[in-house]
Ligand binder design. Structure first.
Ligand code: B12
Length: 223
């Protein structure tokens, strides 16, 4: 049997080559070899996606490559989701998560949602290109204790500030944890836009939320 490193490397190559059949076989191999689903997504496939993104940036790849690679990751995440969720013990807390207005990227948001579900959260995914009003309405309706905003594109990251203001105006902000994240999201940006923390990955996000809840990391209002 191939080693974990071999399988992850082959997954990266399969994404770079846009070979969805091979990726599917490698996921089966990965599951048989008991490789964690998040390791497969973040250490295997994601580096391949990053290379395609960089190729797009420098004009070496087409938009269609981004779409195909994005679809491959979406299918893989859906296939692996039950394996991420299987350890979860329901604890009654609700997280509302969505991608901000102007942004349609959803793969990372789904991975974050799956990790929070695996940690016992009832996750309500409101979708992509969502306004501050949509976030507030969903938080109110579902009595959310966590709101997560995904902002992948640089020009839309500041929209996370609009969501914070809308949560404040609705009187919800003090009673919930607000976490923002996405490609290259920094702690400084999170602070500037009024979030309690920035999550650079799904694992980083759940770890920070656990610390914020336990009081081991101060919420923005207490800093
Ligand atoms: C796939 C992809 C697409 C797909 C999206 C498919 C889909 N359904 O999501 C499509 C083809 C639609 C697309 C479109 C565009 N894209 Co695009 N895309 C990508 C690509 C290659 C991968 C993104 C991805 O899914 N990564 C995998 C996931 C798992 O990683 P992630 O998103 O970073 O998520 C993790 C963390 O960020 C964090 N996280 C994410 N969300 C959240 C939320 C919370 C609450 C928290 C705490 C954490 C968190 O945790 C996640 C899991 O660990 C990236 C390159 C890259 N390396 O990121 C470019 C990229 C993001 N795209 C880019 C661009 C420019 C575009 C377009 C504007 C292109 C165009 N000219 O039209 C459009 C924008 C459309 C729009 N309005 O949104 C740029 C952005 C540059 C910038 N500085 O803003 C990138 C970086 C490519 C590049 N290098 O140029 N794209």
């Amino acid at each position: 049997m191939s080693s974990k490193a071999d399988i992850l490397e082959k997954m990266k190559e399969a994404v770079i080559d846009l070979d969805d059949e091979l990726l599917d076989k490698l996921i089966t191999e990965g599951l048989d070899a008991k490789i964690g689903p998040l390791d497969m997504i973040m250490e295997g496939m994601n580096p391949g996606l990053t290379i395609i993104g960089e190729g797009f940036d420098t004009g070496k790849r087409f938009m269609s490559d981004l779409v195909i690679a994005g679809d491959m990751l979406t299918d893989a995440t859906e296939r692996l989701r039950p394996y991420i969720v299987s350890g979860g013990k329901a604890m009654g807390d609700t997280m509302v998560i969505g991608t901000v207005e102007g942004d349609v990227h959803f793969i990372g948001k789904r991975v974050v949602g799956a990790v929070f579900a695996a940690n016992g959260y009832n996750v309500i995914d409101i979708g992509e290109n969502k306004s501050a009003k949509d976030f507030v309405e969903a938080a109110k309706k579902n009595n959310a204790s966590i709101v997560g905003a995904s902002a992948i594109l640089s020009p839309v990251k500041s929209y996370c500030g609009n969501i914070n203001r809308a949560l404040v105006n609705a009187g919800l902000r003090d009673n919930l944890i607000y976490i923002a994240g996405g490609w290259a999201f920094t702690d400084e940006q999170a602070e500037e836009y009024g979030a309690d923390a920035a999550g650079t990955s799904a694992i980083d996000a759940i770890n920070k939320v656990k610390k914020l809840k336990a009081g081991d990391m101060p919420r923005l209002k207490d800093r």
